[in-house]
Design a protein around this ligand. Structure first.
Ligand code: C2G
Length: 455
């Protein structure tokens, strides 16, 4: 008798799960299915699991393919189970190609082709729907996004849109996504939501069209270059009852939320200054270093570096001032943004050709919070006081690259679980767009002066 073993969360049970179990059963005579516990999913970084373990087991049972159902609750259990049950074949979907090769020492490992295009949902009673997402643009960030989306329950990445790509969008050997190059409308028809990761200057139009077509939008920053554009987009979203979220990853990281709460708790007294720095030496050929109009350090990093100030000091800054260093092609390679509030100040430093310490310091009347690099993922922060010997250390949970948290919030918002969007409100996003507008004006002004001098 040939024994096959497979594992999964099987949340929001769907066609992909059904077909996987069916083919797993066909590989042998006896199928063992391991269903993950909530605790194990949490530990392996899977967020957003909706159905309870009892429901997930019941859904697997009702397929009729499992001869035995077991619980998976810890790392290393797969090896134990293979030995304990004498499994001949371990199988899992092709989204995991390579990951489980280490099991080849114990049994045969088969990666079954994943079901693309999940459309219908089966057997489940849950009130949540799988959200089909289309990706606009196929740049560097996209494979990272797709890899992280795997850890978010209830989302299926269905297709891409890139007018310059005629083929399918392929990366690694795990996925081939159909690409729509001829018509954005046709692409929009395939999906419930879009993730916009195209060049900066195209975000606004893509987001606007998607919202007009009733789609939910997760948009890389900046969604617009002016306050008016941002206001427009958020009001479209509100009128159409759709979700619009700017992909400011930090805002959705659990540690950053905790840091804000500690800062607001009164521990460090009244907050008087927020200083954040984010630099990365970008490749000289990269878009950030070559596109004088829409590249540069401000557009690359300021949505991160301004975020703590906006979250802690508010949207009503009294004045904004920019100190900008340009390279010979007119790209802003280092930009400092100073904000003045009634009773506080803030500084946001951004660099694509200048390297500095990427830290966040929140200064108060009683002490300060220091979040070391990479504070934008907020894996660690410390509270310091006048007495240098007294330091409180926080090490919040953070898994993977952090995209999973923003994707998870996006899915929750679409499902109506969190419509408030307190992690990054429309008002905050609009205030940040206002600063972008001021920056673009300043840059154009300086460019003109520079040209005059040069001429
Ligand atoms: N699957 C599939 N097609 C889909 C979606 C999922 O074939 N469209 C497969 C997965 O590859 C997996 C199984 O269905 O083999 C269960 O998927 P999930 O519930 O997402 O569980 P997963 O996170 O893949 O857990 O220890 C757990 C295992 O590592 C896999």
């Amino acid at each position: 008798m040939k024994k096959v073993i497979t594992y999964g969360t099987f949340d929001l049970f769907h066609e992909g799960h059904y077909k996987l179990l069916q083919r797993a059963k066909e590989l042998g005579d006896y199928l063992i299915v391991g269903v993950t516990t909530e605790h194990f999913d949490e530990a392996r970084g899977k967020v957003n699991v909706v159905d309870s373990i009892m429901d997930r087991i019941e859904n697997v049972r009702r397929t009729g393919f499992a001869d035995e159902i077991i619980i998976e609750d810890h790392d290393g259990q797969k090896i134990e189970d293979i030995q304990k049950y004498g499994a001949d074949i371990f199988t899992v979907g092709s989204d995991w190609v390579g990951t489980f090769d280490y099991l080849k020492q114990f049994c045969e490992v088969v990666y079954l082709e994943r079901t693309p295009d999940i459309s219908s949902t089966m057997i489940r009673k849950s009130k949540f729907k799988i959200i089909n997402v289309g990706i606009v643009g196929t740049g560097r960030i996209v494979p990272r996004f797709i890899a992280e989306a795997k850890y978010v329950s209830g989302i299926n990445i269905r297709c891409t849109y890139n007018p310059e790509l005629k083929e399918k969008y392929a990366f690694g050997n795990r996925h081939d996504l159909p690409n729509y190059s001829d018509s954005y409308e046709e692409f929009l028809e395939q999906v419930d939501a879009v993730y916009i990761a195209s060049p900066n200057e195209t975000h606004y139009e893509y987001a606007k069209k998607a919202l007009e077509h009733g789609k939910n939008v997760l948009c890389e920053k900046p969604a617009g270059f002016t306050r008016a554009e941002a206001e427009q987009l958020y009001s479209y979203a509100r009128e159409n009852n759709r979700v619009l979220m700017e992909a400011v990853k930090t805002a959705y990281c659990p540690g950053f939320g905790q840091l804000l709460n500690v800062a607001k708790s009164g521990k460090i007294g009244e907050i008087r200054d927020v200083e954040a720095c984010f630099t990365r030496l970008a490749n000289k050929e990269s878009r950030e270093r070559t596109d004088a109009s829409y590249g540069g350090s401000f557009l690359e990093f300021s949505s991160y570096t301004l975020l703590p100030a906006i979250k802690l000091l508010g949207n009503d800054y009294k004045s904004v001032h920019f100190d900008i260093l340009y390279d010979e092609t007119g790209v802003d390679v280092y930009t400092k943004v100073s904000l003045k509030y009634d009773n506080a100040t803030a500084l946001a430093k951004n660099g694509v050709a200048v390297k500095s310490e990427g830290q966040l310091v929140i200064a108060g009347t009683n002490g300060y919070i220091l979040a070391p690099s990479p504070w934008w993922l907020t894996r660690r922060f410390e509270v310091h006081y006048e007495d240098p010997g007294k330091v409180e250390v926080y090490e919040p949970i953070f898994q993977g690259e952090g995209f999973r948290y923003e994707i998870s919030d996006f899915v929750s918002k679409i499902n109506g679980i969190d419509r408030h969007g307190y992690k990054l409100t429309a008002e905050e996003a609009i205030a940040m767009a206002g600063i972008t507008e001021e920056f673009m004006k300043e840059k154009n002004k300086e460019e003109r002066t520079h040209n005059n001098v040069a001429g």
